[in-house]
Design a binder for this molecule. Sequence first.
Ligand code: GTQ
Ligand code: FE2
Length: 345
Amino acid sequence: MNAPDAFKSPEAFHQYIHEQHMHGLWEISGSQNTPLPTPEAVPHLWPWSLMEQVVRQSCVTVPVGNDRRAMQLYNPGLGGRWATTNTLIAAVQVLMPTEVARAHRHSPAAIRFIMEGNGAYTAVEGERLMMKKGDLVLTPKWQWHDHGNEGNETVVWMDGLDVPLVKMLDAFFFERYPEVTAPTTRPVGNSQALYGNAGVMPTWVKRQDAISPLMVYSYDKVREALHALRDEEGSPYEGIALEYTHPQTGGPALPTIGNRIQMLRPGEKLKPRRVTGSSVFCVVEGSGRTVIDGKVFDWVPNDILALPSWALHHHENTGKGEAVLFSINDRPVLEKLELYREAAE
Ligand code: GTQ
Ligand code: FE2
């Protein structure tokens, strides 16, 4: 179509502008100028009863080669995107005794939350970080890392990465280390010895990055912290909720991924609210229920649950003991960009 013909009727005009890769705001306003966020990701729960079987079978079917044996949890609403929520990917990774997962690095940041077993490690920038059930282990962006299991238990953990966010920003880089493992340059326990002690800090360390220098947050200590607070009121929306913080700044442990743990006491039913940004929960202890936009998700330990942005949600403890939830979120990003909001009903 040439321009003079196109300008003869409104229909022809619109066809013409589309051919020229233009759209009038009046055409898209109804679908795009939405009063509220309209996430494509849906709330979804991956039950441990299912994941356990799949993960066990992956040990038989798939050797650990160049790639990790990590089952990526794809959100059913995201049409096959490598994403559990709009910004986060969660996966369940398994490593059997004697196995080694090849060293590499990438621009997305990662966390590991240990679901089952003890005795594997993630080596990050020369330090072996030993994994124990319930521990949080950081793998900040662009740091060389490999995983190994020199113990005698099969170890399973949840990976959490900001891959979809980094992909969206076209800032994704990935590199394999020339050898299977990167050299160890620091003793086991070094980052915890330096930065993991209550309120004291080495005076000779001048360096301070946006990334936490504490690389392992042990569940022994975190659990103790939760229980010490069990008689506090806590948050009406999150219960006794604790953020894993950067020991030098008090900010989030990683610049792009927030990490939280929350305890719901027996009988505790939290209030519903919405927040901008998405989260992925991993059940640590107990049993309960999360209701998201009217949909009920009953959970038990090691279930993983995706919570999209601005969905109305609340948690409740339906079991006899305490219930504990670990979660990752993209809130540090939203807060830095001043896009974080919350609204209670
Ligand atoms: O173990 O380093 O689930 O690089 C996805 C990408 C795990 C890992 C994943 C990764 C890793
Ligand atoms: Fe990795």
